[in-house]
Design a protein around this ligand. Structure first.
Ligand code: UD1
Length: 424
């Protein structure tokens, strides 16, 4: 990513203060992105509520507008209507800002019979190829061409099929589910992703008139329909934001009440926090998390849902840096997702990495330092470490955090954190 284009804000945190109070959880970024993209499947108006205000959401709005939609925001609600023409080409300038843009392929291919999208560039967390997306489109009858960094897919009318995903990719499942919704006949997606964001997208599509069953299991059945219509939808709460603030309560030995929350989306984290000795109470859309003085070390291995989410691996490592003993963390979903390790080490954490494994030896305290964010969730880990650390932590490249945490400093300040944003 070119540096010059980003705001060079930094965050300064004076650590060591327990966080206490209520935090309201925003709508899910990763559910909102494909849902907004799914509005490309119809020319009728759609209204989507509980959409967080984030740089990634702005990027997808920019893409929709480029493709011919009109988008109006009123607080957390977006109204999406069609302009005179729907375009089938997403250029590099727009796609490189956000990998999730590649999910426009499915709807545009289904609507227009042809789509040309820039391949997402290399990303900080591993190679992140799109081979499964493309194999799925081929199985649905599309021809695929790759040239000059662009992928073109073409098909007069997609044909329902049975397709097995090599890996339960979230983005590929979303892309193929949307394409198959307008295909002729029935599609079976076997080995599909089961994340709550997939279920939210399936609910949205079904409200548009799609016929999708099996969301939340590893086999989706999609009976193609002739057309989809407009609808209204409210996005689910963000489980990764919720999980990050749960860990914030634990790491600062604080007491936070998070709502609206969906504990059923966070079972693994709730179980692990319990094993670490942290008290988690669930009541009617609220999660109340109280930290303890002595944290037990607890191993974690990331996996597809309902396993431990890769997006909470870095935050969990920050927490385990302060446990009483050694814990082991394995990253199984992405390659190269340990960029937070050297930064946590700068703050006094004792971590050894070997391939996809990290051994974390808990220390008594972390100390504030100047650190740099490499990607969104690595940034969350550094904020958490800074909240717990003694002294001052200065976090550079905050723009990564602005992609995914709505009103981060405002929410944390309101529960007692000393955190402020300034310019480099
Ligand atoms: C989504 C989430 C991201 C989360 C990830 C895994 C959004 C916008 N982002 O990303 O926050 O960390 O799920 O839960 O929802 N892969 C392939 N070939 C493919 C597609 C993926 O090899 O065609 C690999 C990737 O390189 C990666 C793994 O599969 O190692 C997981 O990727 P995927 O589930 O597709 O993640 P995203 O949809 O990009």
């Amino acid at each position: 990513m070119a540096e010059g284009e980003h705001s060079l804000d930094l965050l300064t945190i004076e650590g060591g203060r327990p966080l206490k109070g209520d935090i309201s959880i925003s709508g899910s970024k990763n559910a909102a992105l494909p849902i907004l993209i799914a509005t490309l499947l119809t020319d009728e108006p759609c209204g989507v509520k509980n959409v967080p205000s984030l740089d990634d959401i702005e990027a997808v709005i920019g893409l929709l507008v480029f493709l011919g939609k009109n988008v109006v925001r009123q607080r957390d609600r977006l109204d999406i209507t069609a302009g005179p023409t729907l375009y089938g080409e997403a250029p590099y300038e727009l796609v490189r800002k956000m990998r999730a843009s590649v999910v426009v392929m499915g709807p545009l291919l289904a609507r227009l019979g042809k789509v040309k999208v820039s391949l997402p560039g290399g990303c900080a967390i591993g190679g992140r190829p799109v081979n499964i997306h493309l194999e799925g489109f081929k199985a649905l009858g599309a021809s695929i061409q790759l040239e000059e960094g662009y992928v073109t897919a073409e098909a007069n009318r997609l044909q329902g099929t049975s397709f097995t995903l090599d890996f339960a990719s979230v983005g590929a499942t979303e892309n193929l589910m949307m394409a198959a919704s307008l295909a002729r006949g029935t599609t079976l997606l076997i080995g599909a992703a089961k994340e709550p964001e997939i279920t939210d997208l399936a609910d949205f599509l079904n409200h548009m008139g799609a016929r999708i069953t099996g969301a939340g299991t590893d086999t989706l059945t999609i009976e193609g329909v002739e057309r989809l219509h407009g609808t209204e939808h409210e996005v689910i709460p963000d489980r990764i934001e919720t999980g990050t603030y749960m860990i914030a309560a634990a790491i600062t030995r604080g007491d936070l009440d998070l709502h609206p929350a969906r504990p059923e989306h966070l079972r693994e984290l709730i179980a692990k926090l319990g094993q670490a000795g942290v008290s988690v109470d669930q009541d009617n859309g609220h999660l109340r998390v109280k930290g303890v003085k002595d944290l037990h070390p607890v191993d974690a291995e990331t996996a597809v849902h309902p396993g431990f989410p890769t997006d909470l691996q870095a935050p969990w490592m920050a927490l385990m840096s302060l446990a009483r003993g050694v814990s082991h963390i394995a990253e199984r979903v992405f390659e190269n997702r340990f960029m937070h390790v050297p930064e946590l080490q700068r703050m006094g954490a004792r971590i050894q990495v070997k391939g996809p494994h990290a051994a974390v030896e808990g220390v008594d305290s972390l100390s504030g330092a100047e650190v740099m964010v490499s990607d969104l969730r690595a940034g969350a880990a550094l904020v958490l470490a800074g909240l717990a650390a003694e002294g001052k932590t200065v976090i550079h490249r905050v723009y990564h955090l602005d992609r995914g945490y709505e009103h981060l400093e405002r929410k944390l300040s309101a529960v007692g954190a000393r955190i402020r944003r300034s310019q480099e």
